[in-house]
Ligand binder design. Sequence first.
Ligand code: SAH
Length: 252
Amino acid sequence: MTTASRGWTRAVWLASAFLLGFTFWMMQDDAGQQSRGNDDSWSAERRRMVRTQIEARGVHDTAVLRAMLEVPRHLFVPENLHSQAYADGPLPVGHGQTISQPYIVALMTEALDLREQDRVLEVGTGSGYQAAVLAEIVREVFTIEIIEPLGRQAEKHLHALGYSNVRVRIGDGYQGWPEQAPFDAILVTAAPDHVPQPLVEQLKVGGRLIIPVGRQEQELVLLHRREDGIARRVLTPVRFVPMTGEAEEAMR
Ligand code: SAH
C-alpha cells in the first residue's frame, strides 16, 4: 500500500468512528429527550391547570402556585385516571373517597396564609395529594386518615416522592393530634356538621383553621384564633365527603 492510500484508509476509518460515535450520542440524546418529553407533557398539563383553573379564579399566592406546579398530581390517582389528573374536578381514589378539585386544594392552601416555618395538621389524608402540596410550602405536615389502606397508600406515595416532612397517622382526626399540637394551621378535607372543638384548641394563637362544614349544603369556613377569641369567615359553598367517626356519632 502506498503512503497516500494508507493515509486515505486512516481518514475513512477515523470518519467512520466519528460517525458511529456521533450516531450513538444522538441516540442517547433522543432517549433523554423522550423521558424529558414525558415529564414535560405532565408539567405542561400542570402549567395549564394552574393558569386556567387556579390563577384565573383569583389564587395568586406564589408559594401555592409553585407547589401546584411542582406536585405530580397524576401519581396520587389510580393509574387508569392518570390522563384526567389535571382536569377541573375531583376524582375517585377508592374506598368511596375522592381527591379534591385542584382549585379547591389551592384555595384552601392559600387561605391558610402559610409560612415556611409552619407546622400544619391535615385531617383526611385521602390520596396524600393535599399533604404533598402543604409539604412543598411548610416545614412539617401531620396528616390523619381514618381508612387504613388509604392512609398507608398515601404514605407510600409521599415517601416514594421524597416528602420526608410528612407524617401519616391512621385514626379519627376529630380529636386532632394532641402529641404534636399546637399547630400554626389546620386543614380539614372531610365535612363534619360542626367545627370539632379539639381542633380549635390545637391551634396556636394566630393560627388558622380551614374546614368544610355542613351536611348536604356545606360551606368552607376559615377560623382565625386571636388573643381575644376566634374570628370566623365563610368563604364559599363546597362539597366534601362527610367526616366519619366521632363527628358522625355526634350528629345522631
Ligand atoms: N385531602 C385528600 C382528600 C381526601 S377526601 C386528598 O388530597 O386526596 C377526605 C378524606 O377524609 C377521606 O379519605 C376520608 O376517609 C377521610 N376522613 C373522613 N372522616 C375522617 C376522620 N374522622 N378522621 C380522619 N380522616 C377522615
